[in-house]
Each structure stands twice: as structure tokens, then as C-alpha cells.
Design a protein around this ligand. Structure first.
Ligand code: LMR
Length: 398
């Protein structure tokens, strides 16, 4: 059987985890995989989540199945978090998913079922798994230009031109906030223009939101999604709790469908649950139950919001500090765009060879496309990292 298989190409982001772990150098620095880190370099269990888990442990009296859509109160809480507490939910249906990737995969499968000929348009660049997920369901993969490396801004004109060339019924995948790997997001007027274009051309918007609260705040980060939802008759959302609740390994996410009518929404979620039944039957419960407890308890929720805001502010501060260190080390302002961007990721403009040199000569780990995880920067070593980056990018020896 397996003699027919050739070795798999390792996932470039996940491969870094092993490389970093096996590196014996004491000062090694992981700016690769996208997990938040605190000032001690740890990815903490949030206090609110820990308390919710303790409550679960003492109060949960069965491990029996929860049901195909997972925890219904978690689903409702996620809809409120994403769409706002005043949102009209009559045409919105949600189901719990195993992480953001799980949500993306099941929604893509549903879209393929609903409209097999639809192409899926993703940003270029995007999180590498987006393309892999689209290919996994056998849909046509297209991309729209998203980023201008010369300015560090979104290449909005080129994006609009590409989206205009999509066929009616095609799916446009948009990252809701804190774009991975670029860190540059649409501003409100650009979101508005995209929303109008989507409606005018009969396109289907699919919003992937994995970093709500990491950019400008919980509500500000959902602005694009809410704007699209207020104008487009139908859409889908893949949401992840990995980052904003720090529950990476528990695989907590939600897949959300908004349809033209309540009946269509019921049909869509029913078909989505048939998809999940044949994939993994039911989603894992523990992490979602903890997130639900946090979201539904006023004290825990306010504690979580404070912790999340602390993480967000730390990343903004690190961006600013790193820009200043890069200014000192390069005597230029060419990295200033990093402070205008948001979330964990930005590209520093390094080639794969320069990324390799940073790893080999400085024990600084980046993703091969030059993406850094800002949250991994230690505040006390900003000049040291900036010096390594500038020396490698400007072609100096070690
Ligand atoms: C990342 O982009 O590093 C994270 O989303 C982790 C992953 O699964 O790739």
C-alpha cells in the first residue's frame, strides 16, 4: 500500500517548531510559528480560561456527546462576539469547529457542494494553509493581489481590479483583521468599497477571522466583517479562538453561515453538519466549553478582555520599539511600516536566503517568506535582533 507514497512536503511553518526545539544555542529566538508570547517568552494559559477550566472540572458530570453542532451556547456567544450583541440573528447559523482551520475546511466543503463551479479567491500573499485547504476540496483556486512591498500597504487598486474579474457566484476569502502574513488590513472605507463590489458583482464573501482583539480591539477588529454582513445578502465566517483565548491545542473555532432567508440558513447548516458527520462526527468540547463559560460570565469576560487588551498593547508597543531599534541600527526609516501594521505578523522584506542566514548565523527563526511574529520579540533584545536583521538584509558578514 504505502510504497506508492512519496515523502510529504513538510508544512513550512510547522517545520520550524521542530527545527527550533532541536537548536541547542542558548539565545535562540523563535519569531516563526504564530503563537502569542509574553515578556518571558511563554504562551500563557489565560487566567480567565484557567478559571473556566477549573469550573468545568469541578462541575462537569458527564462526558457524553454534546451534539453535531457542538456547544450551542458557545455558538451563540461567538455570533455575538463577531457580529455584535445587537445583530439580527434570524438568518445566522453557527456550528462549533475544530479550530479556525477546521472551520475553513468545512465551510469550503459546503461551498463546493453548493456551487461546484465557484472559484475561491484568496489574497496574495496569504496564510499558506488557505491554498492547501482550497485545493483539498478540489475547488478552483484564484488569488487577488493584496500587498505592495514597496510601501508596506495594501495594494488596494490591484485588489479591486482582480475582484472585479471574478465571476458571479465566486467566493472571495477576506482576512478579517491582522492579516497573516502581512499585518496590513483594509481601512473602513476600503472595506466599504469591497462590500459594495461584492454585492454589485454577486460574489460570496467568506471572512476568516483568527485574531479578533489582537489589532485595534474586539469591536474594531470585527468592523470589516460587520460591514460586509450589513450589506451582503449572504456570507460565511471561519473564526478561531486559538489566539485570542490562547487555546491553540484545544482546537476551538466556529463556522458561521448567513443566508438570504431563515429557510436557506437552516438548509445550509444542515448540510454543513452532514459534512462534519462524515469528517469527524462531532467537534471536541473542552476548549469551547471553557470559552463559553468565559464569554457568558461577566466577571470572567471582563478579566479575559483585560488580558486580551494587555496582549494587544504589548504587540503595539513591540512594533514601535522594534521600529525604533531598526531606525538606530539602519539609520533609515525604511522599516517604519511595521508600526502601522497590526497583529502578530509582518514581513521584513527578507529573501529565503536571508531568512536562512538569520537562523544559521544569529539563531533567529523566521518563516521563509520573511514573516516575523512580533509577539516573539523580547523587549530587552530589540537592538540585538534589529542589528542581526539589518546586517543580513544589507548583506554584511556576521
Ligand atoms: C501561523 O500562521 O503561524 C499559525 O496560524 C499557525 C499555523 O497553523 O500555521
Amino acid at each position: 500500500m504505502f510504497e506508492t507514497l512519496s515523502p510529504a512536503q513538510p508544512d513550512k511553518i510547522l517545520a520550524l517548531i521542530g527545527l527550533f526545539r532541536d537548536d541547542p544555542r542558548p539565545g535562540k529566538l523563535d519569531l516563526g510559528v504564530g503563537v502569542y508570547k509574553d515578556e518571558n517568552g511563554r504562551t500563557p494559559v489565560l487566567g480567565a480560561v484557567r478559571e473556566a477550566e477549573e469550573r468545568l472540572l469541578s462541575e462537569q458530570d458527564t462526558k457524553s456527546y454534546v451534539g453535531p453542532a457542538g456547544d450551542l451556547m458557545f455558538n451563540a456567544a461567538m455570533v455575538r462576539l463577531l457580529f455584535g450583541s445587537q445583530a439580527d440573528t434570524s438568518r445566522i447559523r453557527a456550528c462549533q469547529a475544530p479550530g479556525g482551520s477546521g472551520a475553513l475546511r468545512i465551510v469550503l466543503q459546503l461551498l463546493r457542494l453548493a456551487r461546484p463551479a465557484a472559484a475561491i479567491w484568496i489574497p496574495d500573499p496569504s496564510w499558506p494553509n488557505h491554498a492547501a485547504l482550497v485545493e483539498a476540496v478540489g475547488a478552483e483556486l484564484r488569488s487577488y493581489p493584496y500587498f505592495d512591498p514597496a510601501t508596506g500597504e495594501v495594494s488596494f487598486g490591484a485588489m479591486i481590479d482582480a475582484v472585479k474579474s471574478a465571476r458571479p457566484g465566486d467566493v472571495v476569502l477576506l482576512q478579517g483583521c491582522c492579516h497573516n502574513p502581512i499585518g496590513a488590513d483594509l481601512d473602513p472605507s476600503q472595506w466599504s468599497e469591497v462590500a459594495d463590489l461584492i454585492v454589485e458583482r454577486g460574489l460570496f464573501p467568506f471572512v476568516d477571522i483568527a485574531y479578533q482583539g489582537f489589532g485595534d480591539g474586539l469591536d474594531a477588529d470585527a468592523l470589516g466583517l460587520r460591514l460586509i454582513a450589513s450589506r451582503a445578502p449572504e456570507l460565511a465566517v471561519a473564526a478561531s479562538c486559538s489566539k485570542n483565548f490562547g487555546v491553540y491545542r484545544d482546537r476551538v473555532g466556529a463556522a458561521i453561515i448567513v443566508s438570504r432567508t431563515a429557510t436557506e440558513a437552516d438548509n445550509a447548516i444542515g448540510q454543513l453538519l452532514s459534512v462534519t458527520r462524515s469528517m469527524y462526527s462531532m467537534p471536541p468540547d473542552h476548549g469551547a466549553a471553557a470559552v463559553r463559560i468565559v464569554l457568558d460570565d461577566a466577571r470572567l469576560r471582563s478579566g479575559w478582555e483585560t488580558e486580551l487588551e494587555g496582549m494587544r498593547r504589548r504587540m503595539v508597543r513591540l512594533r514601535q520599539g522594534f521600529v525604533e531599534a531598526l531606525q538606530r541600527q539602519s539609520n533609515t526609516s525604511r522599516f517604519d511600516f511595521l508600526a502601522r501594521q497590526r497583529g502578530m505578523f509582518s514581513r521584513i522584506g527578507a529573501t529565503p536566503e536571508q531568512v536562512e542566514r538569520l537562523r544559521m548565523e544569529h539563531a533567529v527563526y523566521l518563516v521563509g517568506d520573511g514573516r516575523i511574529n512580533v509577539a516573539g520579540l523580547p523587549e530587552t533584545r530589540l537592538d540585538e535582533v534589529a542589528k542581526a536583521v539589518v546586517s543580513v538584509l544589507d548583506g554584511f558578514g556576521c
